[in-house]
Design a protein around this ligand. Structure first.
Ligand code: AMP
Ligand code: GLY
Length: 442
C-alpha cells in the first residue's frame, strides 16, 4: 500500500518504521531532511508540512492511498480535509475533529456540554482585565495557558512557574501582547497528582488502547525548569504504570471513549490516534489535554513494540473498521531525547550530531532521528529535540540501562540529555507521591 506520511520528527520516524515493518510503500513529506525517514521512503519531498497545495500535489503525483499526519499544525491547517477531497483516506482527524487539541476552550466546553467526567474548572478570556477579575475570584490554584497551539511550551503553573498575582498577570499580558497561540487565554484549575498518557487508536466510534506512558515535560533532572515538548518517557511491561491501577486506567479510557462519542454526536467524527494527558489525583484521573495525534516522545515508546500491522491499524482507523484491539509486546521501554543545549529556553542549533546505530542496537535500544537536518552532507541539530533513544527490555530498570548504554553512541557538540528519566529513584518518587496523595483520602 502506498502511504503518505507528513512530518519529520522522532514521532514520525517511529511511525515510518512501523509502516515499513508492515510492508507499506512510503512517500514522506517533511520540512527537514530526517535520515531515518528518508532511508525508508520510496520518495520524499522537503516542504512546509502546512502547505496544503504542496502536500496534495505530492499525494497526487504518487497516487497515495492512505495518509498519516504526525504533527498538529497541518491538522489545524486542514490537510486531512484537502486530502479526503482527493479521495485519499486518512488515519488522522479533520480540522473540525482536531479542534479537540487546537482549541483548549473547545475541549473543556465539549466535556462540560456532554457531562464527561475528568473536567477541571476553567474560563477563557480575550482581555487581561477580565482574566484578572476571574483569577481573583477563584479559590483554587491555577494554570495559565494560551487557548491555541504553542508546541507544548505555553503552559505556566501557579506554585511552580508563577508565584504571585503580579507574576501571573505579567504572563497573561505577555500572551495577549504577543498574541501567543492566537486565540486568547484560558485559566484552568490546577490538578495535583501524577501525570500519565493514555493514547488510543480510534476509527470514529471504537477505541483501541495503547500502553500507558509517562512523559517528562520539565527540561531538567528532578522535574525543574521550563516546560518542553517532552524530554523522555517510559512504559512498563504490563502496559500500566507502577503508580496507576487497572481501574484508574479504565476511568481514563472511559473519558476518552466519551469524548469520541461526543465528537461523533456533534458531527465531527474523529479518526486517528488520540492522545489523552491525565493527572491522577485524589479524585481519580483529571483531563489535562487531548492531542489529535500521537505524543512525541510517547510514539517512540509504543510503536516499536506494536505487534499488529501498523498499516492495517491505520487502514482500519481511516475506514471505520477497527474491530479488535491492537496488540503490543509485553516489554518495558525507556526513551530519552538528546536535545540541543539550551532547549526549552534558547537552543544552540546547527551543530554536528552523529549516531552509531549498530552500537545503539547492540545496547538493546533503537534510535529515532528527530529535528535534525542534512547540511552539506553533515547531520546537524535543529532548535528542537534531536534524537530519541529508546531502551527496550523486560523491566523499566533494564530498559533504562539499555537506553543509557545506547546514549554513548550518540555524539555531538552541545547536546543535552535528562538522565533521571526511567531511573529507579525517580520512578519510586512517583509511586511514593501517588501513595501520599491516596493516603490523604483515607
Ligand atoms: P499541556 O501542554 O496542556 O500538556 O501542559 C503542559 C504541562 O503543564 C502538563 O504536562 C502539566 O504538567 C501542566 N499542566 C497543564 N494543565 C494543567 C492543569 N490544569 N493542572 C496541573 N498541571 C497542568
Ligand atoms: N509529549 C507531549 C506531546 O506530544 O504533546
Amino acid at each position: 500500500m502506498k502511504v503518505l506520511t507528513i512530518g519529520g520528527g522522532g514521532r514520525e520516524h517511529a511511525a515510518v518504521e512501523a509502516f515499513y515493518r508492515s510492508g507499506a510503500e512510503i512517500y514522506a513529506l517533511m520540512k527537514n531532511a530526517n535520515p531515518g525517514i528518508i532511508r525508508r521512503s520510496k520518495k520524499y519531498r522537503l516542504a512546509d508540512e502546512k502547505n496544503i497545495q504542496a502536500v496534495c500535489e505530492f499525494a497526487k503525483e504518487n497516487d497515495v492511498e492512505l495518509a498519516f499526519v504526525g504533527p498538529e499544525a497541518p491538522l489545524e491547517a486542514g490537510i486531512v480535509d484537502a486530502l479526503e477531497k482527493m479521495n485519499v483516506r486518512c488515519a488522522s482527524p479533520t480540522k473540525a475533529a482536531a479542534m479537540i487539541e487546537t482549541s483548549k476552550t473547545f475541549m473543556r466546553e465539549l466535556l462540560e456540554r456532554h457531562k464527561i467526567k475528568g473536567n477541571l474548572g476553567f474560563a477563557s478570556f480575550d482581555n487581561a482585565k477580565d482574566t484578572e477579575t476571574h483569577i481573583k475570584s477563584v479559590d483554587y490554584d491555577i494554570v495559565v495557558k494560551p487557548v491555541g497551539l504553542t508546541g507544548g511550551k505555553g503552559v505556566k503553573v501557579q506554585g511552580e512557574h508563577l508565584h504571585s498575582l503580579a507574576e501571573i498577570m505579567q504572563y497573561v499580558n505577555e500572551i495577549f501582547d504577543n498574541n501567543i497561540g492566537g486565540a486568547g487565554v484560558i485559566i484552568e484549575e490546577k490538578a495535583v497528582g501524577e501525570e500519565f498518557t493514555q493514547m488510543v487508536f480510534c476509527d470514529g466510534t471504537r477505541i483501541s488502547p495503547m500502553p500507558l506512558v509517562q512523559d517528562h515535560k520539565r527540561a531538567y533532572d528532578g522535574d525543574i525548569g521550563p516546560n518542553t515538548g517532552g524530554m523522555g518517557s517510559y512504559t512498563d511491561a504490563d502496559h500500566l504504570l507502577p503508580f496507576v491501577t487497572a481501574s484508574e486506567r479504565k476511568e481514563a479510557l472511559d473519558i476518552i471513549q466519551s469524548i469520541v462519542n461526543a465528537l461523533r454526536k456533534d458531527g465531527s467524527t474523529y479518526r486517528g490516534p488520540m492522545y489523552g494527558q491525565f493527572m491522577l489525583t485524589v479524585d481519580g484521573p483529571k483531563l489535562i489535554e487531548i492531542n489529535a495525534r500521537f505524543g512525541d516522545p510517547e510514539a517512540m515508546n509504543v510503536l516499536p513494540i506494536l505487534k499488529t500491522s501498523f498499516t492495517d491499524v491505520c487502514v482500519a482507523m481511516a475506514a471505520g473498521t477497527l474491530n479488535c484491539d491492537a496488540e503490543f509486546e509485553r516489554k518495558a521501554t525507556v526513551c530519552k531525547y538528546v536535545v540541543p543545549e539550551g532547549y526549552g529556553v534558547k537552543s544552540k542549533a546547527g551543530l554536528p550530531i552523529s549516531v552509531d546505530e549498530n552500537g545503539v542496537a547492540e545496547s538493546g535500544a533503537v534510535a529515532y532521528y528527530a529535528n535534525v537536518d542534512i547540511v552539506n552532507d553533515t547531520l546537524v541539530t535543529g532548535t528542537s529535540r534531536s534524537v530519541g533513544v529508546v531502551g527496550i527490555a523486560d523491566t523499566i530498570d533494564e530498559a533504562e540501562r539499555n537506553c543509557e548504554k545506547a546514549l554513548n553512541f550518540v555524539k555531538g557538540e552541545a547536546i543535552f540529555v535528562r538522565h533521571d528519566i526511567g531511573k529507579k529513584e525517580l520512578v519510586q518518587r512517583r509511586i511514593d507521591h501517588m501513595n501520599e496523595i491516596r493516603s490523604v483520602k483515607r
